[in-house]
Design a protein around this ligand. Structure first.
Ligand SMILES: *Cc1c(COP(=O)(O)O)cnc(C)c1O
Length: 366
């Protein structure tokens, strides 16, 4: 019988901090595809796989963490959740809060959220507040709010979020049979790189700084090794390159437009302990990688997600990618969330013809 995927908490319950009386809030997230890119593999003389996180229920990897965080909020009896968001966290929080029967408040940087993500938060029933400031201002406000009011914080500073997100690394090892040599992913608030590193380490029988005591149930190691973690930031929002938080982050990749990453220390540990690196790419490189991935691999991702592929291509140009390596690139969110940026100044009005075959043949130049 076919195995029906039950969501990351049920699938990996032995490695997650779930209590017997927790009522699991899930939308069957995770179980996303790992697609080999012939185009990138050929160019790099390596095996390049794309972990397609846009396949999650709300179209980004945020759902992996939200199932775990919302399960715990529900058990705690708190009625309202809140988050600061560059868009995808609010889309995910709103959906899972709805499923859990909770209220959801969202604090967003005004004018900096892709239209599809705003639509998701609204349709899923969240209450939105726009701040004349950036994501870092929003996170500060929501942290203060949740300290003073009976409201649960569901940003990735909530440790249950990273617990859920680490399952992406489990899925990759379960699919490939072992950890890859290199894992490439975009870095914004730096929760995801920390979560992947935790997942890879736990599967190889090691703890990390972010490992939960409760989730460490001494399961047998599954992987024989851990990958190098290669993080990629946008040039205009690259605090890890500067070595300190930056004040006015700016990039077309709004999901990683963050100057003061919350998971700073975990991300630095992931980079250094894995003998990896964090680099940055320009908006132009990001948009080029986005178009290439869509046209030549068949996967349409949002700009922030394409930063991982842009970073990998830049490492290749600099001669830093070993031939024959097994490489996984996480693409974090679905391209349909932000079609305006993807289309840019492309001509979106195809020639209009009379409804006759011959006219179509002429228009197509066949
Ligand atoms: C949240 C997000 C990121 C950044 O992840 P962090 O954990 O904040 O580093 C990247 N891409 C997309 C699409 C996201 O939604």
């Amino acid at each position: 019988m076919a195995h029906v995927w039950r969501g990351v908490v049920h699938e990996y319950i032995n490695r997650l901090p779930v209590d017997d009386n927790d009522e699991i809030v899930t939308l069957a997230e995770g179980g996303t595809a790992l697609v080999r890119s012939a185009d990138l593999s050929e160019q790099l003389h390596a095996d390049v796989y794309i972990k397609v996180e846009g396949m999650n229920p709300t179209g980004s990897f945020k759902d992996r963490g939200m199932t775990m965080a919302m399960t715990k909020v529900k058990s705690s009896g708190t009625q309202i959740v809140a988050c600061a968001s560059t868009g995808n966290t609010s889309a995910s929080a709103a959906a899972y809060a709805g499923a859990a029967g909770l209220e959801c408040a969202v604090i967003l940087p005004a004018g900096k959220i892709a239209a599809g993500k705003i639509a998701q938060a609204i349709v899923h029933g969240a209450q939105l507040v726009a701040v004349d400031g950036n994501f870092d201002d929003c996170l500060r406000i929501v942290r203060q709010l949740t300290e003073k009011y009976p409201v649960a914080l569901v940003n990735s500073v909530n440790p249950y979020r990273l617990q859920g997100q680490k399952t992406a690394a489990f899925e990759i090892v379960d699919t490939l049979g072992d950890a890859p040599d290199i894992h490439v992913l975009p870095v914004g608030n730096a929760g995801n790189i920390s979560a992947y590193w935790m997942g890879y380490c736990e599967y190889a029988g090691k703890k990390t700084a972010s490992t939960f005591e409760e989730s460490w149930k001494s399961e047998k190691p599954v992987a024989t090794k851990v990958p190098q973690m290669w993080g990629v930031q946008a040039q205009g929002a690259a605090p890890f390159i500067a070595g300190h938080p930056i004040d006015n982050p700016e990039t077309v990749a709004t999901a990683i437009r963050i100057g003061n990453p919350a998971s700073w220390d975990y991300a630095v540990a992931a980079r250094d302990d894995s003998h990896g690196n964090i680099t940055c790419v320009s908006d132009k490189q990001i948009l080029h990688a986005q178009a290439r991935l869509a046209a030549k691999t068949g996967i349409f991702v949002e700009p922030a997600s394409a930063a991982s592929v842009a970073g990998l291509l830049q490492h290749h140009e600099r001669g830093h990618v070993p031939e024959g390596a097994t490489i996984v690139c996480t693409v974090t969110g679905n391209g349909l969330k932000d079609t305006a940026t993807a289309l840019g100044d492309r001509d979106v009005n195809p020639a209009v013809i009379a409804p006759r075959l011959e006219e179509a043949v002429v228009a197509l130049g066949l």
